[in-house]
Ligand binder design. Structure first.
Ligand SMILES: Cc1cc2nc3c(=O)[nH]c(=O)nc-3n(C[C@H](O)[C@H](O)[C@H](O)COP(=O)(O)OP(=O)(O)OC[C@H]3O[C@@H](n4cnc5c(N)ncnc54)[C@H](O)[C@@H]3O)c2cc1C
Length: 295
């Protein structure tokens, strides 16, 4: 299928883009922002979305910035996933985000698809929302009322829905540099390499005094949006890092999931089973990395 006809504007400043969004929203025009087009173009082609106007962010300077600032890594919304994957700063200073980026789709899609586009798209099977919850990331949005910073816990609302207003542009995402001694892991199961995950788990933790501490776990591909696995975190914190504890914590995380999604590729019970298995493997790998990093 071909997309329905639409108009197209490519503003050259952020202020212009914000003003255009506000104006067309006021006039009742169905407007969509386009970034890398890797999710939006298939939706247009399938006519799942039929916007009257696309506003392209590609010509706006500054949205492709990537730097470290006051202990945080700041990634402009238009930084491609390929650039994030190639960034030594991200690889060395925030390896969980780096590993998550490598799991996203295929090289061709990572070449065009933006980091900001994935956050704004909020696919429940995307790796990024789960990593954002684990790392307490922040999203910066700019609209006609000014700018605001949204914590990850408030950003992802439900299935493909964020707390961005239709007239707001996501301009950057921020994450803390990973502190030394932190163990981390991210694992997923998909039908083919590069497909969106049927289920996945991301973890960070620390070791201290012979027990696990500060565990953060989240699952993706399971519920309409990524979810923190707090039952698993509680079952692990204060416990010694041994396989029986990992199994108990993973089971607690999986059992506490609220009605995992079901589709032709994976039943609800299979997704729950995947979360248990992946969480157990993630915990073992994160503990091993925490030990190595502390040594
Ligand atoms: C075959 C295939 C496999 C894939 N596998 C994965 C995967 O494993 N994991 C994964 O995470 N993703 C996957 N994706 C999605 C891919 O990562 C997309 O690149 C991403 O979802 C969207 O980024 P984009 O820049 O292409 O955004 P676009 O497609 O241009 O936009 C997506 C949506 O976000 C909005 N938007 C974009 N940028 C902004 C912004 N700055 N501010 C406000 N709104 C904005 C748009 O209006 C649109 O609604 C896959 C896609 C395909 C086609």
């Amino acid at each position: 299928m071909k997309p329905a006809a639409f108009d197209y504007l490519a503003p050259s400043t952020l202020a212009e883009a914000v003003a255009l969004l506000a104006r067309y929203e006021r006039e009742g025009t169905d407007v969509k922002i386009i970034a890398g087009g890797q999710s939006l173009m298939p939706m247009l082609a399938m006519r799942v979305a039929r916007p009257e106007l696309l506003i392209d962010l590609r010509r706006i300077p500054g949205l492709d910035a990537l730097h470290e600032e006051a202990g945080q890594i700041v990634i402009g919304a238009m930084v491609s996933k390929r650039c994030a994957e190639d960034s030594a700063l991200i690889r060395d200073r925030q390896p969980l985000f780096h590993a998550a980026t490598q799991l996203v789709a295929h090289l061709q899609i990572r070449n065009r698809g933006s980091v900001g586009g994935s956050f704004a798209h909020a696919d429940p099977a995307s790796e990024y929302p789960a990593v954002a919850l684990v790392l307490d990331m922040e999203m910066k949005a700019v609209g006609s009322a000014g700018e605001r910073v949204i914590p990850a816990a408030d950003f992802f609302v439900t299935y493909m829905t964020t707390s961005l207003a239709p007239t707001e542009i996501l301009t950057e995402v921020r994450m803390p540099v990973m502190p030394a001694g932190t163990g981390w892991a991210i694992k997923e199961i998909s039908r083919r390499r590069g497909d969106l995950a049927l289920a996945g788990v991301a973890v960070t933790l620390r070791l201290g005094g012979g027990v696990c501490r500060e565990t953060r776990m989240a699952a993706f591909g399971v519920n309409p949006t990524a979810v923190r696995l707090t039952a698993g975190e509680d079952a692990l914190n204060g416990q010694p890092p041994d396989p029986a504890v990992f199994a108990r914590a993973a089971a607690a995380a999986a059992n506490a999931l609220h009605e995992p999604m079901s589709c032709i590729h994976a039943s609800s019970e299979y997704r729950r089973h995947l979360v248990k298995t992946l969480a157990e493997r993630c915990l073992a790998q994160a503990v091993e990395r925490a030990g190595r990093s502390a040594a």
